[in-house]
Design a protein. Structure first.
Length: 379
């Protein structure tokens, strides 16, 4: 059984229907009255080879129901479950599905996908050691992604006006429908205000205390609302990296949007785009390659900061710094490399052209490269 999860409107249902075109299958959507009645009564097509259950997590007892279907029919049927909220089977109540499924996370379009240049990624070590040459049209593809975002509908429209209209409708629907259906929350107006306020927090350390003062709610309430937006794939947070030996912060997190086009500041928007691509790489490593890859950031108590630190097997493997244009090696990146042994470091410029290998620091291989070249090699 496969659980396919990700943000709403990123293509999960479209992908499921593509599978159904290739095999004898049956599609059931919990939001459709007729389908919901069939699911509750377990009146499923017995001749189908593939069952697709869409948005089934909205059913209160979906874990136990799904476990029962798999235990009864798992040897004869292929089962694909899709959802636009986190199908968190590990930390919530109900019967565990452990050992009965593979989890795959579907992301918005990446640069390689938008540029029709998706490369087979079989070894993570190839990323920092052998960067590829981006194809022609890469600058235009990156510019379009930054303006329109990576969700298929606004990106394929090619129109900033249509993308803006889609973005407004998407945010309202996510809060008014998904949050309402999945969470026991009454004050949807303030959650919508929070959702509109959060883009200003991208690129800096998240201060929940500042947010709760703006919203005039308790600290725990604001923290819970952010967790709800995470579970519905609106935002994600990354934790800090580092030990007390290098005076790294311990608790402060950074927040990013799945739809980076919501971020108005150009530098923060590019950093957000890079964060989604690196998160996609981590999910790809775990879901497809079976490797452990974690996304963190570095910041110490006096303000030295590096945008992204990727941990491979719990050890720092690659650090990435986002820049708007060609610059000398970032001082925060240099500071971290002098104190922590990391095999690879890459400084990525959004609109830069410089592509250079710099002298090693503490054994780290250091490159400065354009964003189009770095992003072209990711999954």
């Amino acid at each position: 059984m496969v659980l396919l999860v990700g943000p709403r409107q990123c293509g999960k249902t479209t992908l499921a229907r593509m599978f159904l075109q290739e095999t004898r299958g049956a599609y059931y959507n919990w939001d459709v009255d007729k389908h919901r009645a069939a699911l509750r009564a377990s009146e499923l097509d017995p001749d189908a080879l593939l069952w697709v259950f869409d948005e089934i997590h909205k059913y209160r007892s979906w874990r136990n129901w799904l476990k029962g279907q798999f235990d009864l029919n798992g040897k004869e049927k292929q089962i694909l479950v899709t959802g636009s909220a986190r199908l968190d089977v590990y930390h919530r109540g109900g019967d565990s599905l452990q050992g009965r499924f593979f989890l795959h996370r579907l992301h918005p379009l990446t640069f390689a996908e938008a540029n029709n240049h998706l490369l087979p990624l079989e070894k993570l070590d190839l990323i920092p050691d052998a960067p590829v040459v981006p194809p022609s049209g890469s600058d235009e593809a990156l510019s379009a992604l930054l303006k329109l975002g990576g969700f298929p509908e606004p990106f394929q429209s090619g129109s900033e006006r249509l993308a803006a209209r889609w973005r407004r409708s998407y945010g309202t629907t996510l809060v008014r429908q998904d949050v309402r259906d999945l969470e026991s929350v009454r004050d949807l107006d303030k959650i919508e205000l929070l959702f509109d306020r959060l883009p200003q927090c991208v690129g800096s350390v998240l201060s929940i205390n500042s947010l709760r003062e703006d919203l005039e709610v308790a600290f725990n309430t604001a923290r819970n609302w952010i967790s709800i937006l995470e579970r519905t794939y609106a935002v994600f947070r990354i934790p800090p990296f580092g030990s007390p030996k290098i005076k790294a912060v311990k608790k402060e997190q950074k927040l990013y949007f799945w739809d980076w086009s919501r971020v108005e500041d150009p530098a923060a928007r590019f950093e957000n785009l890079l964060a989604v691509h690196l998160l996609r790489l981590c999910h790809w490593a775990e879901d497809v390659l079976g490797e452990s890859l974690e996304l963190r950031y570095f910041r110490d108590v006096v303000g030295h900061e590096v945008d992204f630190v990727l941990l491979k097997g719990k050890k720092p493997w690659l650090v990435v710094e986002a820049k708007s244009s060609d610059q000398q090696l970032d001082t925060g990146l240099k500071y971290l490399l002098e104190r922590v042994r990391v095999p690879h470091a890459i400084q990525v410029a959004a609109f830069g052209k410089r592509d250079a290998v710099l002298p090693a620091i503490n054994g780290a291989k250091i490159r400065i490269m354009p964003a189009t070249r770095f992003l072209a090699q990711l999954a």
